[in-house]
Write a protein that binds this ligand. Structure first.
Ligand SMILES: NC(=O)c1ccc[n+]([C@@H]2O[C@H](COP(=O)([O-])OP(=O)(O)OC[C@H]3O[C@@H](n4cnc5c(N)ncnc54)[C@H](O)[C@@H]3O)[C@@H](O)[C@H]2O)c1
Length: 381
């Protein structure tokens, strides 16, 4: 049994804390929570009097000496809070995104590396959607052949102005360090890089549509890989939205929508189809040479998406801490840098209005982000 603490018990951290209390993670006991907002703490205390509450994080770590901490505060504070725990040899599960900039994430990863006695994990809960694990196996097996193109459309994270008004930190450069990309789409960008790797270059356009916020809520980006391209489209302001990942290879096409994957395998590689053809098939070649296979991930996507995925990650984390075995994690903390590299590059390309290489210069990104924060000061909401 490990002793765990949660820092930041708002919307998400509050759920993590309650799930530990409900026994959703069998080998973990919640011993303390910390939040800088006394009202939030008092409301928690009123329902769970037996859990120690703190406004002072250092004091909590010093007095309760937990085995592990779950960091669920706004993004900019992730790195400092995680480092403090890791430096004491306390394991850390940090909520997504790992932090806001690659420079900061790199320094956090260095601290984690210097403390191998502590497990360092990130809450990339969508990795527990088994359809993505299935997709990863199919791609790695070579059954799709050589990758030729991909597209990821994510317009189903609908967010209203009410949502943005809920916490002062949301969708501003100074409070959150970004909008749709860093908050919502960090999940899908992690899945994308997990499945097909990192792009070499990016060209992007980011816009703010229909909401009184200062960051992007509408993104179109072209991710250039060595041998193929991926079109990435995301928005949090349109209805009805969709979530569709298409990966096209020389031997098949995989389409994933939420929990379901349809793969149309070719009977032979397209290069062979072309070499053997003695007539112009047009679209009829599709029928002649392909067959479809359906794969299903979660039995109940809706229930799972609501909280099951996060519980899966909490359970893996607790097991990894208890057994001192990071290989039990679905996503190690350091892996959080990959999606952040893509996000920082999309932002920089949009700011500069031109193609950028991945990774972008971390110091230049810090400088441009600081300018965005400065610019925000003069915007009246
Ligand atoms: N994995 C997911 O699906 C998922 C879903 C929602 C949010 N999140 C992540 O969870 C984190 C929190 O988001 P939220 O929606 O719960 O925000 P929130 O505003 O509802 O809660 C954040 C809480 O942290 C507290 N806090 C702020 N700074 C603090 C500090 N330095 N020390 C202690 N407490 C502090 C605030 O008082 C607040 O209660 C974010 O990183 C977000 O991206 C993840």
């Amino acid at each position: 049994m490990i002793r765990v603490a949660v820092v930041g018990i708002g919307r998400m951290g509050g759920k993590h804390a309650r799930n530990f209390l409900k026994g959703a993670v069998k080998n973990a006991k919640l011993v303390a929570v910390c939040d800088t907002d006394e009202k939030v703490l008092a409301a928690f205390k009123a329902k769970h009097a037996d859990v120690a509450t703190y406004t002072d994080y250092d004091k909590m770590l010093g007095e309760k000496k937990p085995d592990a901490v779950v960091v669920a505060t706004p993004h900019y504070s992730h790195s400092a809070l995680a480092k403090k725990a890791l430096e004491k040899g306390i394991s850390v599960l940090v909520e997504k995104p790992i932090t806001v900039t690659v420079k900061d994430a790199t320094s956090l990863a260095e601290v984690a590396k210097a403390h191998p006695e502590a497990v360092f994990a990130i809450m990339y809960n969508q990795r527990s959607n088994s359809i993505y694990a299935r997709a990863k196996k199919i791609i790695a097996s070579g059954k799709l052949g050589d990758l030729q193109r991909a597209s990821f459309t994510i317009t189903d994270w609908y967010r209203t102005q009410y949502y943005y008004n809920m916490g002062g930190w949301r969708a501003s450069w100074s409070g959150e360090g970004g909008g749709t990309l860093i908050n919502q789409c960090v999940h899908q960008l992690d899945i994308l890089q997990w499945l097909i790797g990192m792009p070499e270059k990016i060209i992007a356009r980011c816009k703010t549509e229909g909401r009184n916020i200062t960051t992007e809520n509408d993104v179109t980006a072209l991710l250039l890989y060595k041998n193929f391209d991926c079109v990435f489209t995301a928005s949090t302001h349109e209805l009805p939205g969709e979530n569709r990942l298409v990966i096209v290879g020389s031997k098949g096409t995989m389409t994933i929508t939420r929990h379901k994957a349809t793969v149309r395998y070719l009977k032979m590689d397209e290069k062979e189809v072309n070499a053997r053809a003695t007539r112009d098939y047009g679209n009829r070649a599709d029928k002649k040479y392909s067959k479809s296979t359906m794969y299903y991930g979660l039995k109940n996507y809706i229930t799972d998406a609501l909280y099951g995925q996060q519980c899966n990650i909490l359970r893996d984390f607790a097991a990894a801490v208890e057994k001192k075995d990071p290989s039990l994690l679905r996503a190690r903390g350091e892996e959080g840098i990959n999606a952040l590299n893509i996000i920082n590059a999309i932002n920089m390309s949009a700011w500069k209005g031109k193609e950028v290489s991945v990774p972008v210069d971390p110091d230049e990104y810090e400088k441009m982000l600081a300018e965005k924060k400065e610019g925000e000061k003069t915007i009246k909401k």
